[in-house]
Design a protein around this ligand. Sequence first.
Ligand SMILES: Cc1cc2nc3c(=O)[nH]c(=O)nc-3n(C[C@H](O)[C@H](O)[C@H](O)COP(=O)(O)OP(=O)(O)OC[C@H]3O[C@@H](n4cnc5c(N)ncnc54)[C@H](O)[C@@H]3O)c2cc1C
Length: 347
Amino acid sequence: MSETNRGRLADHTTLRLGGPTDSLVEATDRDRIVAAVTGADAVGEPVLLVAGGSNLVVSDEGFRGVTVLLRSRGVTVTDDADHVEVTVAAGENWDALVARSCAEGWSGLEFLSGIPGSAGATPIQNVGAYGQEISSVFRHTDVLDRHSGEIRRFTGPECHFGYRDSVFKHARDRYVVLEVTYRLAKSPLSQPIRYPETAAALDVAVGETVPLAVARQTVLTLRRGKGMVLDPSDPDTYSAGSFFINPVVDTARFDAVAAAATTTPPHWRVDGGVKLSAAWLIGQAGFRRGYGHDGVAISGKHLLALTNRGEGSSKALLSLAREIRDRVEERFGVRLRPEPTMVGIDW
Ligand SMILES: Cc1cc2nc3c(=O)[nH]c(=O)nc-3n(C[C@H](O)[C@H](O)[C@H](O)COP(=O)(O)OP(=O)(O)OC[C@H]3O[C@@H](n4cnc5c(N)ncnc54)[C@H](O)[C@@H]3O)c2cc1C
């Protein structure tokens, strides 16, 4: 475990934004993570957990406390006739795991290719893309419960997974994910394609399957076209991914949105109402790709990604985000909520 003083959090977020932290601890295995967090808790020092920093917006003032960089490594695999169970340390790179699963013939992660960040963060917001979510392959996770100081195991139902949501997202100061076990089918083929965009790109019907490597390459190509794969040479990827969650509204609000819009809103019936596309709402509110000011802008490739063009600040990013939120709300009566974790920011 190495400790340095007053690191800059901008060096540890994909937005490349965030002020200083009092101290920075790099925890390279499970025991060191537990020691760093419980040690800080024992003296009442605030803790910020950072893994890939790809879902974080940290204020320019930074974080008063200890930032623990989750850098644990290790993957173990057990198998039975039809499945493998893959147990992954929290700090493992997510996309490296997906690449390995596709190469090994383990089916269930392929549509989650190209998502930045760590394995340990995947249960936090039930990471998902292109019709696949972690919850569908999740077996269990071992977490440090900071209230009791004990290691606890959560199974799927105990995680209360929802759309970009889980029990962990609402108890950020309580649970530290130490490792995650996924259960994957032994198959050279993808899970059935559920997303029309993926099916169209592959020229197959929704519900069909394709070889894992083909699914992965197709998703990577689609994601690159939207700036959704990290690329140091492309400022459109200096983001936290989708900035806003797709809102779920009741039927009356959906009807009002449809009446106020110039085209039929893309929508999906879900538990609790109708899910709308945040990107569509932003476009209908008059925003265009590339729009921005003060060194930050909407991505040139995707309306949902807010990017740092290299010289931006968190203050400027939040000002742009609030401008978008407020104009969408004025026009449609729908208040957008941010997807990333905010640190030191009053949203
Ligand atoms: C270009 C781009 C594309 C993206 N595309 C997608 C996408 O398609 N789908 C999607 O769901 N997300 C997407 N994201 C968001 C992000 O990549 C995921 O949410 C990812 O799982 C975050 O992992 P991380 O390790 O970077 O987490 P961090 O950003 O380091 O942390 C995020 C939050 O989780 C907490 N946390 C992290 N690790 C742990 C742990 N082990 N235990 C407890 N708390 C922890 C942190 O304290 C913080 O609150 C994208 C982001 C970017 C930049």
